[in-house]
Design a protein around this ligand. Structure first.
Ligand code: FE2
Ligand code: FE2
Length: 188
């Protein structure tokens, strides 16, 4: 993918990425685009700040980057580390208020599976499969380190919406419904 020069180009680049690969289901039953807008809508209903709404919308963009790089054929048996690739990509034009919860959303799943007895049962089959590749439950020291991270609460909030945004009923929302949020969160 080419490097962009301006922030408005960057939004166009993100929208193009979702229009090319957003119908892909990756390893879930729901398409990437529908998952993104459903999750973001939960964040909007909860009156999250703009940055957290954008983080929730784009939290799985690393999967789309992987699809782009692998021409639609990602290796699902390997951890694609999409939380890191997505956060690094977005850091070009978004602040850590957007990128940190994204970078931590997999750790937040491991944290919640470790600290809340009922959480594991909420995971989709694909999320259960990826949990093992992502390191499974946390050790006590990992739990402690995660809880101390300044963005851990935002990452946990994002993660709860991530689990909710997997309805097979179409939401009627589109990516463009969130363009103003994207614009407001650009840093340069
Ligand atoms: Fe994810
Ligand atoms: Fe997700």
């Amino acid at each position: 993918m080419s490097l962009t020069k301006t922030s408005s180009d960057f939004i166009a680049e993100i929208e193009a990425l979702y229009s090319r690969w957003g119908s892909n289901k990756y390893d879930e039953q729901i398409s990437q685009i529908e998952h993104a807008v459903q999750c973001a809508e939960f964040a909007r209903h909860a009156e999250a700040d703009d940055e957290l709404i954008v983080a929730t919308l784009l939290h799985d963009i690393g999967h789309l980057l992987e699809l782009e790089q692998k021409d639609g054929n990602p290796n699902l048996n390997k951890n694609d580390e999409h939380e890191s690739s997505g956060a690094a990509y977005l850091a070009r034009h978004f602040s850590s208020a957007v990128t940190a919860p994204i970078a931590l959303h997999v750790e937040a799943k491991r944290f919640l599976c470790t600290t809340e007895e009922t959480y594991f049962a909420q995971l989709s089959p694909a999320s259960v499969r990826s949990l093992e590749l992502q390191g499974g439950k946390m050790s006590a020291s990992e739990v402690e380190r995660f809880a101390k991270h300044p963005a851990s609460e935002r990452a946990v909030a994002l993660r709860r919406w991530d689990e909710l945004g997997k309805s097979l009923e179409p939401s009627g929302l589109t990516f463009l419904d969130f363009r103003d949020y994207l614009r407001r969160c650009l840093t340069n």
